[in-house]
Design a protein around this ligand. Structure first.
Ligand code: S3P
Length: 426
């Protein structure tokens, strides 16, 4: 149980841990590159540790000291058949992306994860991988973990994905590394492109246009030094916190601001937020900046369509901002939230309602009417890190204490979250 009380103001400078998406990809590409990849700023959250664990079970030496990781790559075909089931824990990115790599391996692997992972849809990834030539057997007609995957000779494909998802796109591109010729993925809207950016850094030939990405198979990947920026999805909790807690002024340093991830800034700016991006720079092919955030009166907005993949993980905390904003916020085309770590449309609605928010779940999104005065309540995380952190942010402006049950799930993406929040609130 974690207790959160009303904050007077949030002031100072804070950093956030390394980007989760980029941390996973750095280990994965490091493992199939030639030579030793050195990573700094690695996210030591449970999800990325699951990726390290899986690659160790595939015979890769990985040394880690805190946020510094060395991956001793063995090349495209250097992985070994694992002796046991690969357990990805809570990590959707691990299970889906590793499936792409395992599709190119001449051995059999079995993958599973926790209760949430075993509920989440896998056919969206396993179907294109089987079209490329992988043989897959899994629960629910090849849709649920555990599943087994026998890799082998793959064929390049041109695949149109039914949903905008970086996990689907990346699994196919990673399998495409093992297929002679060009593999193309076309999405309904563009999703985050960290796989494409990093593959280019490792020496693969990748091209991107608005909604499609193309990789050329059978490259030689060369080990890299990678510096991982802070995760904008973790920064999002502090951004919204500083906006809604009166008299706040916060600098969040070293945040990844790749265009495919900054939908949250665009929506908050539209709501009237005072956020400035300072010291723009680039590390390992990714744009980075510091964010200066000041308390701001917010107004409701409507958003949906192609911005959704650019802020898909930030919707729970945006719902908190919307509850305190003047007017109605309408979110559409966000049905993907139903198949995240929890059904986030349902869980955020349930929890914010307990605190007095005027929030309604719709078939594909949320309608939130504000402003309301929030009151502390006993909230449940539903074992979903982003729900726990969104409730904590709401708790900073609520009358009376907010109690969050099962708060340990923040370890998935932001183990230090509650400590850092406490240091900032005065
Ligand atoms: C991720 C992609 C997104 C996101 C997840 C991380 C990635 O999932 O929600 O937290 O690292 O590729 P989808 O691809 O399912 O949208």
């Amino acid at each position: 149980m974690q207790v959160v009380t009303k904050a007077k103001r949030l002031r100072g400078e804070v950093s956030v841990p390394g980007d989760k998406s980029i941390s996973h990809r750095a280990v994965m590409l490091g493992a199939i590159a030639e030579g030793v990849t050195e990573i700094s700023g690695f996210l030591t959250g449970a999800d990325c540790l699951s990726t390290i664990d899986c690659f160790r079970k595939l015979g890769i030496r990985i040394d880690r000291e805190g946020e510094h990781v060395k991956v001793y790559g063995e090349g495209l075909y250097g992985l070994k058949e694992p002796e046991d089931v690969l357990d990805v824990g809570n990590s959707g990115t691990t299970i889906r992306l590793i499936s792409g790599i395992l599709s190119g391996q001449p051995f059999t692997s079995t993958l599973t994860g926790d209760a949430s992972i075993r509920r989440r849809p896998m056919k969206r990834v396993l179907h294109p991988l089987s079209e490329m030539g992988a043989r897959i057997l899994g629960r629910d007609n090849q849709n649920k973990a555990p599943f087994s995957l026998q890799g082998g000779d793959l064929q390049a494909v041109r695949y149109q994905t039914p949903v905008a998802s970086a996990q689907i796109k990346s699994a196919i591109l990673l399998a495409g590394l093992y297929a002679p010729g060009k593999t193309t993925v076309i999405e309904p809207e563009k999703s985050r492109n960290h796989t494409e950016v990093m593959l280019q850094g490792f020496g693969a030939k990748v091209t991107e246009s608005q909604n499609s990405s193309v990789v050329e198979g059978l490259p030689v990947l060369e080990a890299q030094k990678i510096t991982i920026p802070g995760d904008i999805s973790s920064a999002a909790f502090f951004i919204v916190a500083a906006l809604i807690v009166p008299d706040s002024e916060l600098v969040i340093t070293n945040v990844g601001i790749n265009q495919t991830r900054t939908g949250i800034l665009d929506v908050l700016w539209q709501m009237g937020a005072d956020i400035s991006v300072l010291n723009e720079r680039e590390t390992s092919g990714e744009k980075v900046g510091d964010l200066l955030v000041k308390s701001s009166p917010l107004k409701g907005v409507s958003f949906g369509g192609d911005i959704i993949p650019r802020l898909v993980d930030e919707i729970p905390v945006l719902a908190v901002a919307a509850a305190l904003a003047e007017g109605t916020t309408t979110i559409t085309n966000a049905e993907e939230l139903k198949v995240k770590e929890s059904n986030r449309l349902e869980t955020i609605t349930t929890e914010l309602k307990k605190m007095g928010a005027n929030i309604t779940e719709t078939a594909d999104g949320l309608i939130i009417k504000g402003p309301v005065r929030l009151t502390g309540a006993v909230c449940k995380s539903h074992h979903d890190h982003r729900i726990a952190m969104a409730c904590a942010v709401a708790g900073l402006v609520a009358d009376k204490e907010t109690m969050i049950n099962e708060p340990e799930c923040v370890d998935i993406s932001f183990p230090e979250f509650f400590d850092r929040l406490e240091t900032l609130s005065t």
